[in-house]
Design a protein around this ligand. Sequence first.
Ligand code: SF4
Length: 504
Amino acid sequence: MPFSNSPQSSPEPVIPVDTMVPYKSINEECGVFGILDRSSKGLGHTMYFGLYALQHRGQESCGMAVFDNHQLRLHKEMGLVNQVFNEHVLDSLTGQVGIGHTRYATTGASNLGNAQPVVVRTPFGAMTLAHNGNLINTEELRQFLESRGYLGHGNSDSHLIALYINYLLNQGKSLKVAVKEAMEACDGAFSIVIATGDTLIAVRDRNGLRPFCMGRTKNGALVFASETCALDIVGATYERDIMPGEILIATLDEYYADLHLNGEGRVESFFMDGPKKEHLCVFELVYFARPDSIIHGHSVYNYRMNLGRRLAQISPDVEADIVIPVPDSGNVAAVGYSRESGIPYVEGLIKNRYVGRTFISPTHELREKGIQLKLNPLKDVLRGKRAIVVDDSIVRGNTSRNLVKMLKDCGVKEVHFRISSAKVTSPCFYGIDMSNKKELIANQLPDTEAIREYLGVDSLVYLSVDDMVSVAGYDSPCTACFSGQYPAGTPVDFEAGLPSASVQ
Ligand code: SF4
């Protein structure tokens, strides 16, 4: 039996225990940022704030590429934004066109060679590219490019995209045509910024899987970013989301000529061929995006609040004293749950914000302690209480189980687990690093009752996929990791055993 009914007495679960401390076994993907700004004296400093706001989307490496009168300045390193950039480096990153990236590796190894922005030498000078998302036809692209002698030094799908554009430029295509054709050859998820000497480009895949927005600052600078929180911090006003399959191009001279003439810089918009429909990742609303970001005109904070309210509506009445969140991702949903149910919200778990992804626990005993390094219970608040515990998702279940054990050990009388998403049953191929299908607890255990027993909780309620979609309030979000319905298809070598990975 892989699972015992009692968390205290069960043997080692078949779910592999993390060798790292992080509470979640899903990881954010990447953040991208692009700016066209002739008036700025210190573009690097502005971009620093933009990347800082996108730090939650990737903590392994980051970088900036800036063109100063067509001269490329590039800086990228492993580490967090405030570790990679200092005053001296930022002072050197002057220019008029820049792109930046925060990375969590979803394809390609986590090393400096795969840090972004990537750079390729085109017939017209350097071109840089930064990508959020995952392609699903990487092997096809790799073989195509290798057979034509285009071998990159990096091994990520982002390098392949840049090489593909370069291949088309070398065939004599214009930048606009090369970008369009290269993007049409890419399947999967991509929100991409590209910069050349005087041009800034933004592209979003035809399924609109990852968020991507544009805004402008008071002095007219154009900004593209994964999330609106990065616009806010650089003083840009949110203008709109970039549409599925849309390509936006702005060149310095045209943009500023139009700005001076008409008060708004010219950004050319055109679209890739083929069907286009927005399938924005619903997990962005539940977990990945920052709560202060705006998606489809509504704050992520409000989405999470409504998920929590809905969760309270569908949960059976249980006698409980407090609602506590699993911080930080459960915070807002827990407030929503509390408001809807009338059960008081309290903070019962304190998060150590300084436990990074790279803490490797050498022994099983220390790994078991991992959860406590990250979250410490407030014993005085919790002792003797019947607690509703709100979290955003359960992936493998091992960390939730350790958390429950920790709560019970410190005297919590009853733990009623409430999850503001549906059961995670399928892997993500669109840029979220998630456990493979076999490791997902909802695949290992047949029903909610079995999961409840494994976690050792007194009751367990998930939202349904329909609940998530109706709260999201937009037509057809991607729900593939909950439903197995993949709006942009799956890789051809996908072997994880989905019944039939459907393409909508
Ligand atoms: S599979 Fe899940 S995590 Fe991946 S894009 Fe779809 S909803 Fe988001």
